[in-house]
Ligand binder design. Structure first.
Ligand code: TXA
Ligand code: MG
Length: 336
């Protein structure tokens, strides 16, 4: 593959010629990274199994992990699904375009490469003007995972994409930093009760306002004071930092004291410590925006260990932030 081309576009009113070039590349089976409101996605023609296969090769992603199909509007959903559950239209009216991914009964037109052979397909309509312009110009559904190498944090800037995927993909549309910073909420609508599979940018509270009952699948359980979780294997497909990461939770003052004491003890032992402390920041939206870039910066410094204090609240975006950090901690959670 030739070198990866980077096209800078205005995030609000992207240049039509540059969008058209990226759209042509997608239609021809190429790989294009583009900004969404959450993180950068790595797009390919969703109905072309060869193109979709390239996504997995570029990311080093296991074929068992299904992709989200991005469409320009609700009107483009029908061909991809075998049935439209009753909750789809009210959810779409409230959250689309936006960071909500709906898992729906799949139509056979969607390749197995996209769904990992499941009977369902995940779909969303992104809100970012660059993503919307690209989907409209391409006129095809676009499969897109986050545009990072497997086990790295999701990219919130074009430079993160270039760092991970330079020479492995055709094109990057550089529309600046993404706004939300954590991925879309994934909700399974195939059963009688809606189930959140991945907490994300749309809060569970907001989903309950529309649907009433919503279950949340507990993916990353909290460890008791420092004890490992029962099934860390579940975490393997998420960001795993280069150094072991320990997450401090609980009463803010006590958690900070414990983190600082542990950092001093490790340094006295001659180890280098990377600290990420969002404890002083009260707004989960601000933490989410900065989270992945901060984790990348920490990894780049190659500390021997990483100590993190995340969000003090589980409400709203706090749930998604703590979910990502707990997965990265892989059971190393200190609750004080
Ligand atoms: O915000 C986002 O969702 C970003 C942007 C680019 O749209 N995309 C993203 O994709 O985060 P990815 O591949 O990193 O995460 C997709 C998630 C995975 O947890 C995957 O297991 C789940 O969606 N998923 C996809 N298809 C599914 C299906 N049919 N059933 C259950 N889960 C599915
Ligand atoms: Mg991802």
């Amino acid at each position: 593959m030739p070198a990866t081309e980077v096209l800078v576009v205005d995030p609000f009113t992207p240049d039509a010629h540059r969008i058209a070039r990226a759209a042509t590349c997608l239609r021809a089976g190429g790989l294009v990274a583009f900004p969404t409101e959450t993180v950068y996605g790595l797009g390919a023609h969703a109905l072309d199994p060869v193109a979709v296969g390239r996504i997995f090769a570029a990311k080093g992603r296991p074929a068992s992990d299904p992709l989200i199909v991005h469409i320009a509007s609700l009107e483009e959903l029908a061909p991809l699904v075998s049935r439209i559950p009753a909750s789809v239209v009210p959810l779409a009216r409230r959250f689309w375009p936006g960071p909500l991914t709906m898992v729906l009964p799949r139509h056979a037109i969607v390749p197995d490469a996209v769904t990992a052979g499941l009977g369902s397909v995940a779909v969303r309509v992104p809100a970012h003007p660059v993503a919307r312009a690209l989907l409209a110009a391409a006129g095809i559904p676009v499969a897109a995972p986050s545009a990072n190498l497997f086990s790295r944090p999701s990219p919130t800037r074009a430079s993160h994409v270039l760092h991970d995927l330079d020479g492995r993909i055709d094109l990057i549309l550089d529309g600046g930093s993404t706004e939300v910073g954590v991925e879309s909420t994934v909700i399974d609508l195939t059963g009688s009760i809606a189930v959140v599979l991945r907490p994300g940018a749309v809060s569970v509270e907001a989903l309950r306002e529309v649907l009433g009952e919503v279950e949340v699948r507990e993916t990353a359980q909290q460890g008791e004071t420092g004890t490992p979780m029962t099934s860390p294997g579940l975490l393997s497909k998420h960001y795993s930092p280069l150094a072991p990461l320990t997450l401090y939770e609980g009463l803010p003052r006590a958690a900070l004291d414990r983190l600082q004491a542990d950092a001093r003890a490790a340094e006295a032992d001659g180890r280098t410590v990377g600290v990420l402390d969002f404890g002083g920041e009260q707004d989960p939206g601000t933490i989410a925006t900065r989270l992945y870039a901060a984790l990348r910066d920490l990894d780049d410094k190659r500390p021997d260990l990483i100590l993190v204090r995340g969000c003090d609240t589980e409400a709203g975006l706090g749930r998604a932030i703590q979910d990502r950090l707990r997965r990265a901690a892989a059971g190393r959670i200190i609750r004080v």
